[in-house]
Design a binder for this molecule. Structure first.
Ligand code: DX5
Ligand code: ZN
Length: 217
């Protein structure tokens, strides 16, 4: 079944505990970290992750949109991330594998993300060391943007490769997911759908999560 990962970037941070309670029927909690360098926005970081870890048992899916993430992956793992996902474009090639291994050495799952301009092929050499591959379906940096349909072939290619090689790597999409685009992502073979504004704007968030999974029309 497709997993849903609400992004707390769209939550009200003044009452974050309550906001998290409201989406606990989802599968992962997506935690967007932005440094104002890799992306033109600044969000939340380690102290907030530590606080969130204390109040929920949800799987914490930490999406690092930061420059040279190998410097920080262990600290996010230790702060309570279950999954640490960072951008392929953000680090020197020789730092990628050691960073993935450092996450896994801490007993956490490791993932790599690609921005819209980066081909999915660039992820393929790393797939055997990944627990998750993230295809951005908007330019990273902000919630509430329009889904880029032309990213779907990247999802299809990763799906085919992972299945052919029998790898345990999940495929996640992030950006512009709503009930209509969620259906396209599921059809393309995505395992995990991140949804920020669509879930947090919904009057009935649990119902919206079920709808994004494809359980209801
Ligand atoms: C964008 C973030 C996303 C964002 C998604 O840079 O990585 O996780 O919160 O927001 P929506 O679902 O509103 O596009
Ligand atoms: Zn994200």
């Amino acid at each position: 079944m497709t997993k849903i990962a609400p992004s707390i970037l769209s939550a009200d941070f003044a009452c974050l505990g309550q906001e998290i309670r409201s989406i606990e029927t989802a599968d992962y909690l997506h935690f967007d970290v932005m440094d104002g360098l890799f992306v033109p926005n600044i969000s939340i970081g380690i102290p907030v992750l530590e606080s969130v870890r204390k109040i929920t048992d949800m799987t914490l899916d930490v999406h690092l949109m930061i420059d040279r993430p190998h410097r920080y992956v262990e600290r996010f793992a230790d702060a309570g991330a279950d999954l640490v996902v960072f951008h392929l474009e953000a680090d020197a090639q020789e730092d990628i594998r050691p960073a993935l291994r450092a996450v896994r050495a801490r007993g956490k799952r490791a993932g790599l993300a690609v921005k819209p301009a980066t081909p999915a092929e660039d992820l393929i050499p790393y797939l055997s060391e990944l627990d998750l591959a993230l295809v951005m379906t908007v330019e990273p940096g902000f919630g509430g943007q329009r889904f880029m349909e032309d990213m779907l072939p990247k999802v299809e290619l990763l799906r085919k490769t992972v299945d052919r090689e029998g790898l345990p790597c999940e495929i996640e999409v992030d950006g512009g997911v709503n009930p209509a685009t969620a259906a396209l992502c599921r059809a393309a073979g995505a395992d995990v759908l991140v949804a920020g504004s669509d879930v947090f704007r919904a009057a009935d968030r649990a119902a919206r999560i079920a709808q994004l999974r494809g359980e209801t029309a």
